[in-house]
Design a protein around this ligand. Sequence first.
Ligand SMILES: Nc1nc2c(ncn2[C@@H]2O[C@H](COP(=O)(O)OP(=O)(O)OP(=O)(O)O)[C@@H](O)[C@H]2O)c(=O)[nH]1
Ligand SMILES: [Mg+2]
Length: 272
Amino acid sequence: MAKICRKSAIGSGHIEIAPIFRLFNPMNKTSQKFTLVIPTYNEAANIESLCSLLAGVLSKENIDFEVIVVDDNSPDQTWKIAQTIAEKDKRIKVIHRVDRRGLATAVIAGWKNAKGDILGVMDGDLQQPPETIPLLLNKLNEDALIDIVIASRNIKGSMALRRSAWRRFVSWSATLISVLLLPKLVAQVSDPMSGFFILRKEVIGEKVLNPLGYKILLEVLAKGTYKKIAEVPYIFAERKKGGSKAGVKQYLLSFIYLLRLSIQSSRSLKSL
Ligand SMILES: Nc1nc2c(ncn2[C@@H]2O[C@H](COP(=O)(O)OP(=O)(O)OP(=O)(O)O)[C@@H](O)[C@H]2O)c(=O)[nH]1
Ligand SMILES: [Mg+2]
């Protein structure tokens, strides 16, 4: 069972507490809430199945959660479907943005409205398995020093199922450019382009995040405050329904963003 709890300071310092007391003392555990943000644009064919799978997996693991779908006024009315789901299940919420577009800013809008102590993001196209979420949460709770856990496609046990040559090129070249421009930042993780990860809310706190396009993880790594990062492998599936939005425009935006971040980092004291 995934436990969303964090050890308190009980037992530290000079006070010695018997292990049995530590185990059963309710003050020893702070029950935590998890907020998962799903950015969507034209995911009408996927959103219902994803919400139902998520509710099943997270309830089974006794995780106190909310899901926030942030939709940018999708022409296929994904937001309307999500609102219907939300009317039946109060743990699902919807932010319907009519004035903005962009995956990364949608995620930030969701996190700003989050009630959770642990925040997360995953895509709305069923390419990432909901079953990985309890594994991410367990990893976070393994060590109080871990502040971010990333679902990775590039470590032992992971796999990326068939992707088009264009998607492989986008992923490969964006990683290469980020390694060249932001070597220290990217060296911390095996999958810097991952869009599937969780973090303690203190990592971003009141920080001003200003990402472009898809690059939400890099923005968190560059601007956030964290001690340790951990990774969990997963199997990245093919998109079965709906279409990819990762086109040439997103690719160019990513390039501009990486350039901007590298200029900012060379000016700032924080060495990236
Ligand atoms: N709110 C919002 N969500 C978006 C936007 N663009 C993409 N998304 C969502 O972000 C997630 C990832 O987008 P995808 O198009 O699947 O991109 P990808 O997974 O990197 O690329 P593929 O491997 O080709 O699917 C999906 O849930 C999209 O619906 C946007 O402008 N606004
Ligand atoms: Mg996708």
